[in-house]
Design a protein around this ligand. Structure first.
Ligand code: SER
Length: 334
């Protein structure tokens, strides 16, 4: 069934498709969990030659061979500028980042990667070498003093993790560059993302992907978060659609420079395990919380995304039941 936004989105996409035919897009961190699916989706929309994928190392074969691919370190300004000038890039998606759990182990490396890659991209945009930027923020911008349920867009922002601090600082810089220099930078605070094509790496919400692989291969899973720890989550298909929609939005209400809360579902390991058991009744879960429990405890369990709904028509399609069904169906065929 077509949803109420479908026709609007199709005509919007067609408009932008014409515009974009001559414009090139660069994806930094194209081999990561989001980057992989984003690259494939953008290539399907705009044509392979329009989308330049890049990462610090090579990823899956179909991603590397399916269109232009460059080995590129997003913290290397000179190399980044060269690629941008060579391909005449118009738009950059900066998906390279160190996630929450790894960042706690390598704080300085995380800060260096997460901040310097952003400054490089923002400064190239300020110099008008690119016109539009997507930069991902996260639910990690919130902290232990923030109200946990239905956390509003504007709330107490006192992150207690290195990753969260880098995302909050990044949000500030995106707003600053938009206000001071008129940059067209768009952003989303992603919840935990659940995908079957590419595994996440180094995040606190990774358990919600690992659990499917272990449920199918071993019939059991040991969770590194407690049974009742609920976090905001989203199926990757929704996340990719949200990313492309916010980048294509011509809505006057869209606040450029602002990282939007985005919501789809909220669940705990126990609730996810129950849903998996409705498909695999013999599946067993056990709990051995580690250092990632502290990170999860500092984050909201659900966020309020009214602003994204109002400003650029955001609406998720996947709830917990549908997501679990899709994940199991795809991973069974792997
Ligand atoms: N999924 C990320 C993490 O767990 C949060 O943005 O680090």
């Amino acid at each position: 069934m077509k949803d109420k936004h479908f026709n609007k989105r199709v005509s919007l996409s067609l408009l932008n498709l014409n515009k974009k035919m001559s414009q090139k897009t660069l994806i930094l961190g194209a081999c990561g969990q989001i980057g992989t699916e984003l690259t494939l989706a953008l290539r399907a929309l705009y044509g392979e030659e329009q989308i330049v994928a890049s990462d610090i190392r090579k990823g899956e074969e179909d991603l590397v061979a399916g269109g232009p691919f460059e080995i590129l370190d997003a913290t290397n300004l000179h190399a980044l500028e060269e690629v941008i000038m060579h391909y005449e890039i118009d738009t950059v998606y900066l998906m390279a980042a160190m996630l929450s759990a790894t960042a706690e182990k390598f704080p300085m490396k995380a800060w260096d990667l997460n901040m310097n890659s952003l400054f490089n991209v923002l400064n190239l945009a300020k110099e008008k070498k690119i016109n539009r930027v997507f930069w991902p923020s996260s639910i990690a911008v919130f902290g232990p003093n923030t109200a946990k349920e239905n956390t509003p867009q504007h709330s107490i922002m006192e992150p207690s993790t290195v990753y969260g601090m880098s995302k909050l600082a990044g949000e500030g810089w995106c707003q600053y560059y938009h206000k001071q220099y008129g940059l067209d930078v768009r952003s989303i605070r992603y919840p935990g993302l659940i995908s079957w094509k590419t595994q996440p790496g180094g995040g606190t919400t990774d358990y919600a992907v690992d659990i499917f692989h272990k449920a199918l291969s071993e019939g059991e899973y040991q969770s590194f978060l407690k049974a009742e720890t609920a976090l905001p989550m989203m199926y990757m298909e929704d996340a990719i659609r949200a990313t492309i929609e916010i980048m294509e939005s011509a809505s006057h209400a869209l606040k450029k420079g602002q990282a939007y809360n985005l919501s789809a579902m909220s669940f705990s390991p126990e609730k996810l395990a129950l849903e998996i058991q409705s498909h695999i009744p013999e599946f067993k879960i056990s709990y051995a919380p580690d250092f990632r429990q502290n990170i999860a405890d500092s984050w909201p369990s659900s966020v309020n995304d009214t602003e994204a709904q109002k400003d650029w028509d955001w609406a998720p399609k996947f709830n917990l039941e549908l997501m679990v069904k899709e994940m199991l169906a795809h991973l069974k065929n792997e």
